[in-house]
Design a protein around this ligand. Structure first.
Ligand SMILES: NC(=O)c1ccc[n+]([C@@H]2O[C@H](COP(=O)([O-])OP(=O)(O)OC[C@H]3O[C@@H](n4cnc5c(N)ncnc54)[C@H](O)[C@@H]3O)[C@@H](O)[C@H]2O)c1
Length: 360
């Protein structure tokens, strides 16, 4: 459902699951776009209406790859027709919408999966393994940096949904960094946010390119930075536990664990040696994948595909085993709740700042 930008990443992941998944149809309001996607990918049927697609093909699963404002209504239509849903982030746009969709899935006995793909990067999965094997001890602090260039920000046109109101950038891109503390530390219970980099977009929207937030979560504290329009793409996580710290570079898919060792003051050298070996090995393997992709010997090397492939495969594995997906409606809701808290605290920050200026 939706033949836009992200649909090609999903179809790549589904083709890799060809032994257990058949793609039966594609649907988009824009029929010409859906037809082009159908032909490119050899999909049997094409529709411009979700209702017609559900009635004629009765799919087991629908991937909801639509703009965020229609995630809830499209998911409800699919669930009512008896299909499981796999929804792109953000799951929905409010807690109320999340609760409705989840209640419907529960009544119908169907599953919801949400694509928080950064939490499926192999380097992030390595972190989860290290936590599971008690290498870090109890987690205390998590820091997430997510800064991306966005050429359309300066030049416009600002027609995309995320540019149509101040908080929409956060709902569109915030789930990437915010899904990390929710995965590691549980639900966010309090947020305090500062925004900067104010601009007025060509459509009149008041826009902030930097969002820095401190979060208190159920099992620890986190800090997240979301910045757009910067010159450099960085996506990284720094985790401090009682026994060790970990650095996950999501952009380069590398993982480093720095732990207390029995070598006393030689700790740094031992950690440096082991991590350097891992970094060199991973960098060489990234380069090999890139070079083979560029030479046309294998599919192009895109970091996003690594995480989306793993996220979609995990969803279908859970369905096949009759288990709740790892990133289900509950975790999707936790991330939407975090987005709401960050947005509310950012508006409180602005009111406070403006109050000070007036008072001054
Ligand atoms: N996980 C990621 O890394 C990632 C990356 C990009 C986008 N996304 C998410 O994927 C979703 C889709 O984003 P996109 O970039 O592909 O958007 P897009 O605008 O490129 O595509 C959306 C498509 O949905 C169609 N559409 C809109 N309303 C419809 C309706 N009611 N019925 C049928 N079709 C309809 C449009 O015609 C369009 O083709 C968003 O939730 C976005 O946040 C995720």
């Amino acid at each position: 459902m939706g033949a836009g930008e992200i649909s090609s990443t999903h179809i790549t992941a589904l083709k890799a699951l060809a032994d257990c998944v058949d793609v039966v149809a594609v649907c988009d309001l824009d029929l010409a776009k859906a037809r082009a996607f159908q032909q490119q990918n050899g999909i049997p049927a094409v529709f411009a209406s979700l209702g017609a697609m559900l009635e004629e093909t009765r799919p087991n699963v629908v991937h909801v790859l639509l703009p965020p404002p229609v995630h809830a209504s499209a998911s409800e239509t699919c669930l009512s027709a008896g299909s499981h849903v796999f929804v792109e982030k953000p799951f929905c746009l409010s807690l109320e919408e999340c609760h409705h969709v989840r209640a419907l899935a529960k009544r119908e006995g169907l599953q919801i999966g949400v694509n928080h793909n950064l939490t499926f990067m192999p380097s992030f999965l390595a972190l989860l393994d290290a936590i599971r094997f008690c290498r870090l001890g109890t987690l205390e602090q998590v820091q997430v940096i997510f800064t991306i260039p966005m050429p359309s920000l300066g030049s416009g046109p600002h027609t995309q949904w995320m540019f149509s109101a101040t908080e929409r950038l956060l709902f569109e891109l915030g789930p990437h960094p915010l899904s990390i503390p929710c995965r590691l530390l549980g639900r966010v219970t309090r947020a305090s946010t500062a925004v900067s980099g104010e601009m007025k977009l060509s459509n009149g929207t008041r826009f902030f390119s930097n969002w820095q937030t401190s979060l208190v979560c159920e099992r620890g504290n986190a800090q997240c930075t979301l910045a757009v329009g910067s010159g450099y793409f960085a996506a990284a996580v720094h985790v401090i536990g009682q026994d060790a710290e970990a650095l996950v570079d999501l952009r380069r898919n590398t993982f480093q664990l720095i732990e207390k060792t029995r070598y006393l003051r030689a700790d740094d050298m031992v950690n440096g040696w082991t991590n350097a070996y891992g970094l060199v090995r991973r960098s060489l393997s990234n380069f090999k994948a890139y070079a083979m992709g560029a030479a046309g010997l294998c599919p192009p090397y895109l970091q996003q595909n690594l995480s989306v492939n793993a996220s979609i495969a995990a969803f279908y594995r859970a369905l096949a085993a009759g288990r709740t997906p790892r990133i289900d409606g509950a975790e999707g809701t936790a991330v939407v709740e975090a987005c709401e808290m960050v947005a509310d605290s950012a508006f409180a920050f602005l009111t406070n700042q403006e109050g000070r200026v007036v008072a001054g």
